[in-house]
Ligand binder design. Structure first.
Ligand code: HEC
Length: 155
């Protein structure tokens, strides 16, 4: 009698544990991890990019060494973004990335490549300390941020 009653009980306990396993898991999914990763990358990118704009506009004093260091970091970070948008990382409410990224992948990747090449040019030009060359290179880099956000990022 005890055996007959405890067997279904054990079975239901086992089922409960199996079914509750996914909800107990605190580990983010691969898609969520990719979203966290790209948010971090963009935050670091913006942290380094924004002071460049301020210096170029004269809002803060232009410091040749500092500018070149920040520009170099932007150029280093830009190519890392190509890994940050894997399939499965479109999760509504968790990301501001639009679903069309994964439908128009070639155009999106093209913009990422443009960001990488333009920021590499900016890093190179910034070594000269010549603002007449630096400003257009900075403008060209900033335009890619805007163009991509306009099409592929929620406001
Ligand atoms: C090829 C497209 C593309 C380019 C180029 C691009 N971004 Fe973005 N950016 C995005 C997308 C898409 C998101 C939304 C990411 C998400 O929420 O998952 C984003 C998000 C961000 C965020 C918000 C990050 C967060 O924590 O929510 C910042 C800041 C940012 N971008 C800055 C920049 C800057 C600065 C540049 C240029 C130097 C740039 N981006 C270039 C597509 C781009």
């Amino acid at each position: 009698m005890i055996m007959r009653r405890s067997a279904p009980l054990l079975l239901s306990l086992a089922l409960c544990m199996l079914m509750s396993a996914p909800t107990r898991a605190a580990e983010p999914s691969p898609g969520e991890q990719a979203i966290d990763y790209r948010h971090s990358l963009y935050d670091v990118l913006a942290w380094n990019f924004m002071p460049l704009t301020k210096m170029a506009k004269g809002e803060t004093p232009y410091d040749k060494e500092r500018f070149a260091t920040l520009a170099h970091r932007v150029a280093y970070l830009a190519p890392l973004l190509s890994e940050a948008f894997p399939t499965g990382s479109f999760i509504p409410k968790k990301t501001d990335a639009k679903a069309i990224i994964w439908e128009q992948r070639a155009e999106f990747d093209g913009l990422l490549t443009t960001l990488a090449t333009r920021s590499a040019t900016l890093a190179e030009v910034s070594k000269s300390g010549d603002l007449a060359k630096i400003r257009p290179a900075l403008k060209a880099t900033g335009e890619v941020c805007k163009e991509c956000h306009k099409k592929f990022k929620e406001d």
